[in-house]
Each structure stands twice: as C-alpha cells, then as structure tokens.
Write a protein that binds this ligand. Structure first.
Ligand code: SF4
Length: 690
C-alpha cells in the first residue's frame, strides 16, 4: 500500500446521487476529517452527511470481519474457503433441483460500478439466470423504463450546472431537493437568488417552497392529471412548439386528443388546486426560454410511477425543451451509484449498457464476450423475487449491500418472504436486519477501502479511491463474486477493478472511452457517458440532434389519469407519504454509526416522527411530540407527532429511517404495471393518540 501518512485524498461521497467530491484527511492511516473538493457537481460544497458522516462508520466496531455460517440457528465463524464452498454448493444444489431460475441476486447501488458489473455477471454466468436487480426497482426504475420508452435513454438529460445556471424557470416536481440532494438544493437556491423563478409541485411545504414563485400543493398521487392539465393549457394557448413536435417527435395527435379533456377546472378538482394555479404554472414553464424539469421519487414511487415519468416527458417535448442547454428532463437519482448499478446491467431486462435481453443482437454479443452460453429468459424484478420466495418459485437469494427487511414496503410480508427461502446469503458491512435472517453472512468492504468508480445522477463517472487500508481478512467484494461464479462452474475472473472497467468499456458503447487511466486526467469532472472512444470528451447534454429511439424521434405517450392503488376511507382516513430527511439516510447504516450527527439532527430526531396537520391534531387532541399509534391495512407502529402545516389536512408524512417506527410496516407493496416500482408515496392510514 501507499504511504499511509498521506494527508489528503479525494474520493466521491457515498450518500446521494449528487456525486460530490470529498477530500479525506488521512493521518497515520486513519481518516480524521473530510472537507469539500471542487467537483463539477458540488463546486466546493458538501452537505452535513458528506462533511460529517462519510467515513466514521467504516472504522465502526460493528464491522463484520469474518464469514458467518448459521448452524442450529446460530452464526459460527468460518474461513473464506469454507464459506465460499458452502455458498456455491448450496446454490448449485438448488439449481440442480429446481432450475437456474429458482436463484436470484440483488446488487448494491451504494457500491462501485465494478462490483455491480461483477455481481450481475456472477448471477448470469454462475447462477445461470437473469433474476438480478438493484434498488432502482424501488426508486427510479420508472425513470429508466419511462424515459427509455419516450426518449431512448432513462438518464438525466442535462447537467447539474446547466440546470442551475442562468435558467429562467426551474420546474421542480416531487423532489425535496434540500433534504434528499442537499448540494443540488443549494444550487437551486443560488439560481433563485440570481433571478430564476421556481415552480414547486409537491404535496408538502418543503424547504424550497419558501423561495418558490409558485407552489402547487396538490393531493398525493395526482401527478398525471396535473401534467395533463398543464398540457391542456399550453395547447389551448398556442404555446406548443409545433416545429419541434413535427420534426423530432411522433404520437402527438393522440396525446393531444386525450389532454383536451383535462381542463384546468376538471384537473383542479382532482388535484385539490385552483384552476388559476395550473394555468399560471403552465404559462410560466412554457413561456420560459430556459426551463429544466427536475424531479425525484415523488413522481416515480407510485402505482402509476412510470406514467408520471412519461407525462413529464410529454410536457417537455410539447414545448421543445429537450436536447437544449438549460432545459431537459432531470431525474435526481437517489443513491450515490444507483445510476451506475443500472448502467452495469443489474436488471432482469437489460445486460450492461441497457442492451435489451429481448434484442436478438444482445445475447450473442455477450456470449462471445464472456465465452459462455447465457439464459435468454427475462428475469424477475426484486419486487417479484420476494413474493416468488413465498410461493416457492425462488429458492436461493444472494443480497449484496441491501436491507430489504427495512427498505421494502410491507415489512411483515417481506419477513415472511425472506423466511420462506431455502437459502439466503447476505454480503454486508454490518449485521443488518436482513443479514440476521441469512444462512450465510459474508463481510464486505466499504467504498473507502476500494479503487473504483461511481456514476452520479448526471451520468458522470467519477473515481472512488482507496483511502483507508482494507479491513484485515476481508476479501474484495468483486473477488467474492468471481469465486462463487467459478465454484459454480462459471467462467469469470478479474485481477483488479481496473480490469473490470476495461471489460465494461469493451461491452458497453456508452462507457467505451472510459478507463481508470483516462479518469486520472479528470479528477474533478470525471467523464459523462455516452463517452464512446478514448478521444470522446463525454456528453453533457443528451438528445441534441436525435433521440436514441429507433428512428431517432421521441414519442408522446397517451396517459389517462388513474387514481392511486389505495385511497383513504372511513377506517383509514389519512393519506401517508414517505420520504427521507437531511440528517439520516435510508436505513441509517452509515449515519447512525457517526457520533455527532444525531446531535446535529436536533429535536429528538433519533426517534421516528409523523408529520400531521395542526387542524387534524387539534381535532384528535394530539399535541406536538405526543406518542401516536399509526395503522394501515398491513401493520401498526408507534411514533411521535410532529404537528404543523408542512402537510395538508388529512395527509401525513413519515421517513423509514428510525427502527422505533419504520413506516414500511405501513406502506403499500402495490407496484406500477411497467417498472414494478412500489407505491411508497400514497397509502391510507389511521392515527390515534396513545
Ligand atoms: Fe454527499 Fe449528496 Fe450531501 Fe453531496 S449532497 S455531500 S453527494 S449526501
């Protein structure tokens, strides 16, 4: 290893998809502090998580250090050889008894591209199935499917800098940017200070509503109706870009006929808004020269999430605001490398680079590249795999760096599904709730112990550097995948993560010009895919001349509004929305192991809370901080009331960060029909004082 007394080493933040660059301050081999570096997306800024919570967890005493095999209900330490043989033999036996499609693997969107590539290859060449997925399934899979259908690529079209610099209007839908992507939120604030107008569409009064020109506080689950209403106004007022529509799109007339029915008056009733609000938002967006749409999980995590994404695409195409600077359709990807996990082919539908399994050219190409026969059948999504464990179709599951028992909707059902498996392997840093249910737990390495890359929300491939010495006795994650694949008879070997990136470049044209060597020359700005050759500088804006759909044109979709899968009734009169907050992150695996961040969170934020409107609280005799019981059709938890006007009357909001009241005991596992993403944003609950 290098001289461990090095003082400063740059890497990429492991939390959200903003992709901030961090300098880790290393003294005598120990990380002692972190400070912002001047990355293209973060411009010398970090949020509280990047600044304070990006390294201490790695030195936690909770780290797993040895493989563990469960015998008679208890975990026993094992050597790597014993554990890998055991894992490979058990999976091989299940494959022999029930077929390759009885096995599945979930990859880790927090880990580096190279691990994700190796994991999906292990599942395909070792297990012999396409049952592989990543956590985009429960967040931005609707973006991948929706924008993939309408534009030809499911990725953010423009860059963070481009959508926050010298733009006239930012249309923000379903994104609490200040808390979920804080550094991008800060740049939106900066744009507003410099004169940009901000339209926020969100059922809650989020931080950015304080500086917005317009806040459309619509009812949850009504995005498609609202967007159809805005398009109705734009068409009727002659604000559509007819030239762009004629030259670069198809399917317009059918969509136009549908939205003719979505008058502002009708849509206002569905959404709980005034018609004038819809008209004003439509006019502001359409009349602006530069106006990006920025959205997040408030659009995707619905039983009509893919339709919501395609509606956004319709709106932007209608006014010709795609393929241009300061415009575009910009999904903010949630996790640090969820864009990369999707790019790497951790999907039951796609091989690396979104090369479709059902395209006749794909399989022969990968069979040649990997020197092995591959399974041609489209696999199951993660949201299909777990229920299939209960019905006995899935027998063995490998989970890398995910904790579905905490993160997936309807926790009680997920527990039963995981318990139904014949064999569960969890590869993790810590003994998570899901790991406790496993037959084998394998210790993993954190991003601080690896050389690799993350791809941020704007398609920017950036280096991750080995900043601390890997934990003694823990194998490189990618080598674990190689070993399992080989022991199951698969052909797969890599010496280094740099070799893996070279193979990625060889099979995925969008990464064709990316290598560790080349990234050395781009320490602060990485390379944005598509980057197809060693001389290609990368692509800041997609779809400039043509769309990547066959024929080169984008397509309008005809999307009638349908009500959410579950609505409030007399028994469950409140509509619950879930999300995340600034100080903690998802399961808190990192943030809870960071002394100090709890104090920074303030006001008892180590406990769960439920936001309730003050009118409802007064009716129920509930005061701020009171303990309450919260129930849905799927479960009951206790939490603490946060009373105010952030949510509307008859609405509520929770996070799933806190084990004392995890909202996923309540959430609805109903998925949208296309991407199979669950509805975390709308479920019916009741609230009672305790
Ligand atoms: Fe990390 Fe996101 Fe915060 Fe940047 S904004 S420091 S990437 S958590």
């Amino acid at each position: 290893y290098r001289d461990w007394e090095t003082t400063k080493m740059q890497t990429t933040c492991p939390y959200c998809g903003s992709g901030c660059q961090i300098n880790m301050i290393v003294r005598n081999g120990e990380i002692v502090d972190a400070e912002p570096a001047n990355g293209a997306a973060n411009k010398n800024m970090l949020c509280v998580k990047g600044r304070f919570a990006a390294y201490r967890f790695a030195a936690s005493k909770d780290r797993l250090t040895k493989p563990l095999i469960k015998r008679n209900g208890k975990f026993e330490k094992a050597s790597w050889d014993e554990a890998l043989d055991y894992v490979a033999n058990r999976f091989s036996q299940l494959k022999a008894d029930y077929g390759a499609d009885s096995l599945a693997g979930f990859s880790c969107s927090r880990s580096i591209n190279e691990d994700n590539y190796a994991l999906q290859k292990m599942v395909r060449v070792g297990f012999g199935t396409n049952n592989v997925d990543n956590c985009a399934r429960v967040c931005h899979a609707p973006s991948v499917h929706g924008l993939g259908t309408t534009l030809g690529s499911g990725a953010m079209t423009n860059t963070v800098k481009d959508i926050t610099t010298d733009v006239d209007v930012i249309l923000l839908i379903g994104s609490n940017t200040t808390e979920a992507h804080p550094v991008i939120g800060a740049q939106i604030r900066g744009a507003v200070r410099n004169g940009t107008k901000l339209i926020v569409i969100d059922p809650r009064k989020i931080d950015l509503t304080n500086i917005a020109t317009l806040h459309l506080q619509q009812k949850g689950g009504t995005n498609v109706a609202l967007l159809n209403g805005m398009m109705n106004v734009i068409i009727n007022e002659g604000l559509a870009d007819e030239k762009f529509i004629a030259e670069r799109t198809e399917g317009y007339e059918k969509m136009k006929a549908l939205v003719a029915d979505y008058t502002p008056e009708k849509v206002a009733k569905i959404c709980g808004l005034e018609p004038t609000e819809i008209i004003k938002a439509a006019e502001m967006y359409a009349r602006a020269d530069k106006a990006p749409i920025v959205y997040c999980l408030g659009v995707t995590e619905h039983s009509f999430g893919t339709e919501g994404v395609m509606s956004i695409s319709n709106l932007a195409l209608l006014v010709g605001k795609v393929g241009k600077p300061g415009c575009g359709i910009n999904p903010l990807r949630g996790q640090n490398n969820v864009q990369g996990a999707c790019d790497m082919g951790c999907s039951p539908f796609d091989l690396p680079g979104y090369q479709k399994l059902n395209d006749p050219k794909t399989l022969p190409k990968f069979e040649k590249a990997w020197g092995t026969k591959l399974n041609p059948d489209i696999g199951m999504t993660s949201t299909q795999v777990l229920p299939a464990a209960k019905t006995g179709k899935i027998k063995g599951l490998f989970i890398f760096g995910e904790d579905p028992l905490v993160t997936d909707p309807n926790t009680s059902a997920v527990r039963e599904e995981l318990a139904s498996l014949d064999f569960l392997v969890v590869h993790e840093l810590f003994m998570t709730e899901t790991a406790q249910m496993a037959d084998v737990v394998l210790p993993g390495l954190s991003y601080l112990e690896k050389e690799g890359t993350f791809t941020n929300t704007e398609r920017r491939v950036q280096r991750v550097h080995q900043v601390m010495k890997p934990l003694s006795g823990v194998m490189d994650d990618f080598k674990v995948f190689c070993e399992i694949a080989k022991r199951m008879g698969g052909k797969m070997d890599f010496a280094t993560t740099s070799d893996i990136m070279d193979e990625i470049a060889a099979v995925d044209p969008a990464y064709g010009g990316i290598s560790f060597d080349r990234l050395k020359a781009h320490p602060n700005d990485g390379l944005q895919w598509p980057c197809t050759s060693p001389t290609d500088p990368g692509t800041p804006i997609l779809h400039v001349d043509r769309f990547t759909r066959p024929g080169g044109k984008a397509v309008f979709m005809t999307l009638p509004y349908e009500a959410p899968n579950e609505l409030p009734n007399d028994d469950y009169p409140f509509m619950l929305c879930t999300g995340r907050e600034l100080y903690h992150y998802n399961t808190r695996a990192y943030s809870e192991r960071t002394p100090g961040i709890r104090e920074k969170a303030g006001k008892g934020r180590d406990l769960s809370y439920i936001e309730i409107n003050q009118i409802n609280a007064a009716e129920m005799g509930i005061s701020d901080g009171d303990k309450v019981r919260v129930s849905s059709r799927r479960g009951t938890i206790e939490s603490y009331a946060a009373v105010g006007d952030v949510v509307q009357p008859d609405a509520a909001f929770m996070t799933f960060h806190f084990p004392d009241g995890n909202s996923n005991f309540l959430t609805n596992p109903a998925t949208d029909d296309i991407a199979k993403c669950p509805d975390y944003k709308v479920c019916a609950i009741k609230i009672e004082p305790v």
